[in-house]
Design a protein around this ligand. Structure first.
Ligand code: GLN
Length: 272
C-alpha cells in the first residue's frame, strides 16, 4: 500500500486511520514536522521511508496504541514520554490535576499515588513550582519513565518506590491525588482498544475495582495534614460507592466532579 516513489503529499489519503492518526504516523516515520509535510509535499518517498511507515501502519492495524508507537502523549499542555510500562495519560485525568491545583496552599506538600508516567505529579509541579511534590509507584520501570518526564519538563519531583503507603514516613501532605487501577477484573473493557496493550496492574485491581480506592481512602488520613484533601479518579459507575466509602471513614465535604464527558469521574473529601 505504501510504496517508494509516492509523494509525501499523497500519503495522508493513502493511510487507513483517522486524519489525526495518519498525520502523526507519517510525521513520526519520516521524521518530519506537520509543516514539513506541507512544504515537502512534492518530495518522493524513499525505500527506507516507505518501509518505516509500513511497519508503523502494521503495528497500528494490530491495535497498538498510537501513543506507544510514537512514544509520546500530550497531557495538561505538556509532552510526556510513554512506554508500555505506563498507562497512557487520559484527558479525563486533567480534571484531577485541576482539582488538586485549586486546593494547594503556597508551599504545599502533594502526593501522587500510583504515578505511572508521572503525568499528574509533573503537571502539578509544572503549574506550581512552589509545591513540594512526591510521587510513588510500585513499578520501578514506571518510575524510570516518570523520572524522565520530570527531567524533560524541568520540574522537581521526589519519586518513591512504594506499594501504596508502605515506604512513606510520617510526613503529612496537604493534597493526596491518585488515579489508581479501578477497573474490575473480568471487565470487558480490558479486552478492548488501547487497554489491551497497557500494563494490567495500572488498569485493574484484579478484584471488584474498588480495592485500590479503598486502600488509599483508608490509609490517607494518617498521611494528610489537618484539613488536607484526598482526590481520587475512579470508574464511570463508582462515584456513589466511593462517596459512601469516604463518608464511612469520617471524611468531610465528600463530593464528586464530572469529567469532559459529563461523567462523575473524580471524588474527593477532606481529612477526617
Ligand atoms: N480511565 C482508564 C480507562 O478506563 C482506566 C485508568 C485506571 O484504571 N486508572 O480506560
Amino acid at each position: 500500500m505504501i510504496a517508494a516513489g509516492a509523494t509525501l503529499g499523497s500519503l495522508l489519503a493513502a493511510l487507513p486511520f483517522d486524519a489525526l492518526e495518519n498525520r502523526i504516523l507519517v510525521c513520526h516515520a519520516l521524521k518530519v514536522t506537520r509543516v514539513g509535510l506541507i512544504t515537502q509535499s512534492e518530495r518522493i518517498l524513499t525505500q527506507a521511508e516507505a518501509q518505516a511507515l509500513s511497519s508503523l501502519v502494521q503495528r497500528r492495524s494490530a491495535g497498538e496504541p498510537i501513543a506507544y508507537i510514537v512514544g509520546r502523549r500530550e497531557f495538561f499542555g505538556l509532552d510526556f514520554h510513554v512506554t508500555s510500562d505506563v498507562l497512557i495519560p487520559r484527558p479525563d485525568t486533567e480534571l484531577l490535576v485541576e482539582l488538586a491545583l485549586e486546593r494547594l496552599p503556597t508551599g504545599a506538600r502533594v502526593l501522587d499515588m500510583g504515578t505511572g508516567s508521572g503525568a499528574i505529579a509533573v503537571a502539578i509541579a509544572h503549574s506550581r513550582p512552589d509545591a513540594r511534590v512526591t510521587a510513588l509507584d510500585v513499578s520501578e520501570p514506571a518510575l524510570a519513565v516518570a523520572r524522565a518526564n520530570a527531567l524533560a519538563n524541568q520540574v522537581q519531583v521526589r519519586f518513591v518506590l512504594s506499594d501504596w503507603f508502605a515506604a512513606l514516613d510520617g510526613e503529612p501532605f496537604e493534597v493526596i491525588a491518585s488515579n489508581p487501577p479501578y477497573i474490575a477484573s473480568g471487565d470487558s473493557h480490558l479486552a478492548q482498544g488501547d487497554l489491551r496493550f497497557e500494563p494490567t496492574g495500572a488498569l485493574t485491581d484484579h478484584a471488584d475495582g474498588l480495592s485500590a480506592l479503598r486502600t488509599i481512602a483508608a490509609g490517607a488520613p494518617r498521611h494528610l495534614a489537618p484539613g488536607g484533601w484526598l482526590l481520587m479518579e475512579h470508574g464511570y459507575d463508582q462515584a456513589a460507592q466511593v462517596r459512601t466509602m469516604l463518608e464511612q471513614l469520617g471524611y468531610s465535604e465528600v463530593q464528586s466532579w464530572r469529567d469532559l464527558a459529563g461523567i462523575e469521574r473524580t471524588t474527593g473529601a477532606r481529612a477526617p
